[in-house]
Design a protein around this ligand. Structure first.
Ligand code: ACO
Length: 370
């Protein structure tokens, strides 16, 4: 038995949710470019769960259910308030989502109907948790979600306590569409492995959040912004990137396990970054990003992934840097829950083998003789 490092190229599941074929990403067969231009995030949530677009009444019902389930229990707010200072919002989110299971009387009900209801509750509440934590750590009270707002609008509203600008709502909604699902990415795989033991949906989502947190996966968007802030000025890009490349340090937001010819989501975020940074009067974030892009692609042949331009997009929406990955989680909640539902439908324990490379035939030595 020989191992494939990082399971590269291994096909580990069948899925009808999203596909990456010849560099083209589709959700249930629909090209991501079409969805980014036309669909709302709520439509995409429905599409991923049901592998078809919702009819008007189905979409209305979903929006209503999401809005009605957006509040979080006081106990969860208390947990957010009790989190010691300095904790990363992804760590807090992982804890809060796990704690939500304790308040869900259906947590252990494994029927598809109950799991779909839990998926709605998780999708509805994830943004509320993040926004509430963001306010609590600033010494402010959480803002209750509005029943007449969609997910993107409600998130920005709860974060800032004021009605968001339509341009910001639209930009966040598109970003949520673009991040919603991505086949067997690391966090989705983690979720599927967990629920394939027939553990519950909350356990699957908790595993997924833990996997998304890492800088080689969702954590990269925050790392990109940290890099941009360190560079400060487009004039500093060349020397900064040169030094990193010479030191063989990875440039965050570049490269991808599956896309070698470019991530189809990046061009949408690039356009959004150009528009939003201009609107906010801070074009330097886009200009720096373009310079880094040209240099890293020119010298290493590496293309930007979804995380690269999303950093300057979220920054333009006035979102704190350490909430970038939690926002990814708001979006990917739809894909994670869709994959969990699919895994339950046709389950088999996921249990690969290891290529053992340790010592053999070693004799046990009693502790007194070691
Ligand atoms: N900057 C510089 N060099 C890179 C980068 C990068 N961003 N990405 C890959 N490389 C180089 C590696 O150093 C390696 O070079 P070597 O063969 O000389 O050692 C080669 O390209 C292959 O890289 P791997 O890390 O083996 O590629 P893998 O498929 O395992 O990793 C990954 C893909 C994790 C995305 C990688 O490109 C990376 O670390 N990128 C930066 C982090 C990042 O942006 N992550 C977000 C990914 S998208 C998402 O999850 C939402």
């Amino acid at each position: 038995m020989s191992a494939t490092k990082g399971l590269e190229g291994i096909v580990a599941a069948q899925s009808s949710i999203s596909s990456i074929i010849d560099g083209v990403l589709t959700y249930a067969g629909i090209n991501i470019d079409e969805l980014a231009e036309n669909a709302s995030f709520e439509e995409v949530v429905y599409l991923l769960w049901h592998t078809r677009l919702p009819k008007a009444d189905e979409l209305d019902n979903l929006k209503k259910e999401l809005a009605e389930n957006a509040e979080i229990p006081q106990n969860i707010i208390d947990i957010l308030k009790a989190a010691p200072e300095g904790n990363h919002p992804m760590a807090v989110l992982r804890t809060a989502i796990s704690a939500l299971a304790l308040h869900d009387t259906e947590a252990q009900d494994m029927s598809r109907e109950a799991n779909l209801r839990k998926a709605i509750r998780l999708q509805a509440k994830v943004g509320t948790v993040i926004a509430a934590f963001s306010r609590i750590r600033q010494g402010k009270e959480p803002v209750a979600p509005r029943k007449d707002f969609g997910l993107a609008q409600n998130f920005l509203y709860m974060l800032n306590g004021e009605e968001p600008d339509p341009i910001a709502i639209d930009a966040l909604d598109t970003a949520l569409v673009l991040h919603a699902d991505h086949e067997l990415n690391a966090s989705t795989f983690a979720a599927r492995v967990t629920v394939a033991t027939l553990s519950d949906i909350y356990s699957g989502i908790t595993s997924a959040i833990g996997a998304l947190k890492g800088p080689l996966h969702g954590g990269a968007n925050e790392a990109v912004m940290a890099m941009l802030e360190e560079i400060k000025d487009p004039a500093n890009v060349e020397s900064y990137i040169r030094e990193k490349l010479d030191q063989k340090v990875k440039i965050m937001g570049f490269g991808h396990r599956v896309y070698k010819d470019g991530d189809p989501r990046a061009k949408h975020l690039c356009k959004m970054s150009e528009k939003l940074t201009k609107l906010t009067g801070q074009p330097q974030w886009y200009e720096m990003s373009v310079k880094i892009h040209e240099m890293v692609t020119g010298e290493k042949g590496l293309k930007p992934n979804v995380d690269f331009y999303s950093a300057s997009v979220y920054h333009s929406l006035n979102i704190p840097r350490d909430l970038f990955t939690p926002i990814f989680a708001i979006s990917r909640m739809s894909g994670w829950t869709a994959h969990i539902l699919e895994q339950y439908e046709n389950n088999r324990l996921i249990r690969p083998r290891a290529d053992y490379v340790g010592p053999v035939n070693v004799k046990y030595v009693p502790v007194s003789e070691r």
